[in-house]
Design a binder for this molecule. Structure first.
Ligand code: UDX
Ligand code: UDX
Length: 476
């Protein structure tokens, strides 16, 4: 094993692989960082001269890319060459929930991780440290190790037989603040057995992170800690959303309840914002992974406890679409509804598991005509999420009585609001907190409703504009 890492390869140029390798390249100019992906289009976009075309939108990311790309950060599809030359390989590929077969609906599909391990085993030379970066079910490192050692024993005749160490180094970045989270993490977690391999990975992070924040654990604790962190965070959101429903029924205000409980240091003030339901690629998947694990070990009460976090979240999203329909006199059929925000949270173009998908689908099902606005999400992406092609607005008007699902993407915020019966805020984009409600009121159809699922609107301003107003968890 070398005494320091000179060349890194990351397999998977996604929301995790892209930003985390960009920050390593920025902080460690002496290390060559190669990010590879099987998706040629994605790599083309990472290499695009127009930084607006990068496949991922994250505040601060384009600056880091501009500084490091083609200096010590490279994006390519050359898998073999980059694996061969790497001292350390990060596996950062997607691990979606299985849709069929054993564990369908809960367990993660490890086919990509397995495929990567096989490629690493096949092409690696010398000693290679393999680092799990994707969130994985506990004991995945074992799978990777087994694949690597199977290839190793096959190549016993080779003079320079490759050798491996496997580490778990889960990523805790949140989308929308990925670059900040990578630069100033609360902690870095490294799980593994071989002390030298752990030290080599720690050395990379210690370039910009103090050593007391770099935690070493055994490999299984590291894997489980990642699932647990996401499960705890998701649980907090389901908890506060459940309390929001009680607030609406009783006359309490969820913001006041959050503030009151959040001042208790044992509870803490973050992650207590009631919203339209949690989304993102990790929470649901990781809670379900935990459920699957508990079921596997016969811990049914534990499995049920965690599964209820996901059930509550699903119920909560439906509760919002139902109450919109109820407020609009029990029907939205043929009505125009403006959806503000389609991303699962602000400052990202990511729509995976976004609450908007369920809520928009419910409203389309009820016959509403949606005008969707989001500053970063592309129309094509919405089309995939809703599984329904968009319609031209004039066609919508002409075909009002047909049964097709109807929505359009609208670029201009006030055009999105024009002629609508209701505006529903689903993502907390800053521009939505500055809407001129008097102007909006003049162009909406009466009686008009504003639904704020993110608590970003000033209620007084909406009331002054003579608009009906509902906001999450407000029973007052
Ligand atoms: C991924 C995992 O989904 C998640 O479990 C983990 O927590 C972090 O890593 P993310 O980076 O958001 O999350 O996924 P995604 O944006 O889908 O990127 C994965 C990339 O891997 C894709 O670009 C895909 O093309 C690539 N890939 C997949 C490969 O290059 N090779 C493969 O064999 C499979
Ligand atoms: C999460 C974890 O925070 C991160 O550590 C892990 O690496 C990946 O999963 P992410 O999904 O990117 O990150 O975003 P996060 O900020 O955690 O938000 C997840 C969802 O919860 C979003 O839909 C967000 O709107 C929602 N949320 C968050 C709330 O509804 N209320 C809150 O108070 C906080």
């Amino acid at each position: 094993m070398k005494d320091k890492i000179e060349s890194i390869c990351c397999i998977g140029a996604g929301y995790v692989g892209g930003p985390s390798m960009a920050v390593i390249a920025e902080k460690c100019p002496e290390i060559k960082v190669n990010v590879i992906d099987i998706n040629e289009k994605r790599i083309e976009r990472w290499n695009s001269n127009d930084l607006k075309e990068l496949p991922i939108y994250e505040p601060g990311l384009s600056k880091v890319i501009e500084k490091c790309r083609n200096r010590n950060l490279f994006f390519s599809t050359s898998i073999r060459e980059n694996i061969e030359n790497a001292d350390m390989i990060f596996i950062s590929v997607n691990t979606p929930t299985k849709v069929k077969g054993l564990g369908a609906g809960k367990a993660s599909d490890l086919k990509w991780v397995e495929a990567c391990a096989r490629q690493v085993a096949k092409y690696s030379k010398g000693h290679t440290i393999v680092v799990e970066k994707s969130t994985l079910p506990v004991r995945t490192a074992e799978v990777i190790k087994k694949i690597l050692s199977a290839y190793q024993s096959d190549s016993t005749e080779m003079p320079n037989k490759p050798t491996f160490d496997v580490l778990s180094n889960p990523e805790f970045l949140a989308e929308g603040s990925a670059v900040y989270d990578l630069e100033f993490p609360d902690r870095v977690l490294i799980g593994g057995e071989n002390k030298k391999a752990i030290m080599l990975l720690s050395q990379i992070y210690s370039k910009w992170i103090s050593e007391d924040k770099i935690l070493h654990t055994n490999i299984w604790s590291s894997e489980l800690a990642k699932l647990t962190a996401n499960a705890f965070l998701a649980q907090r959101i389901s908890s506060i959303n459940s309390i929001g429903a009680i607030c609406e029924a009783t006359g309490a205000d969820v913001r006041e309840v959050s503030r009151a409980i959040g001042s208790d240091k044992r509870i803490g003030s973050r992650f207590l914002d009631s919203g339209p339901g949690f989304g993102g690629s990790c929470f649901k998947k990781d809670v379900l992974n935990l459920v699957y694990l508990a079921e596997h070990f016969g811990l049914l009460e534990v499995a049920n406890f965690w599964e209820s976090v996901v059930h509550l979240n699903n119920w909560h999203k439906r509760r919002i679409s139902n109450l919109v329909v109820q407020k609009l006199f029990g029907t939205v059929s043929g009505k125009n509804i403006t959806i503000l925000g389609f991303a699962f949270k602000a400052n990202t173009n990511d729509t995976r598991e976004s609450a908007a998908i369920q809520i928009c689908s419910d409203l389309l099902e009820e016959g509403a005509r949606l005008k969707i606005h989001d500053p970063k999400v592309k129309r094509e992406q919405i089309e995939i999420c809703l599984n329904a092609p968009t319609k031209e607005l004039n066609k919508i008007d002409k075909n009002i009585h047909n049964n097709e699902l109807m929505w359009i993407k609208e670029k201009n915020l006030y055009e999105a609001i024009r002629n609508s019966d209701a505006v529903i805020i689903l993502t907390e984009w800053e521009e939505y907190s500055d809407i001129n409600w008097i102007k909006a009121s003049k162009i909406m159809r009466k009686p008009s409703w504003i639904f704020d699922s993110r608590s970003i609107v000033n209620p007084q301003k909406v009331n002054e504009a003579n608009l009906n107003f509902w906001r999450i968890g407000d029973g007052s």
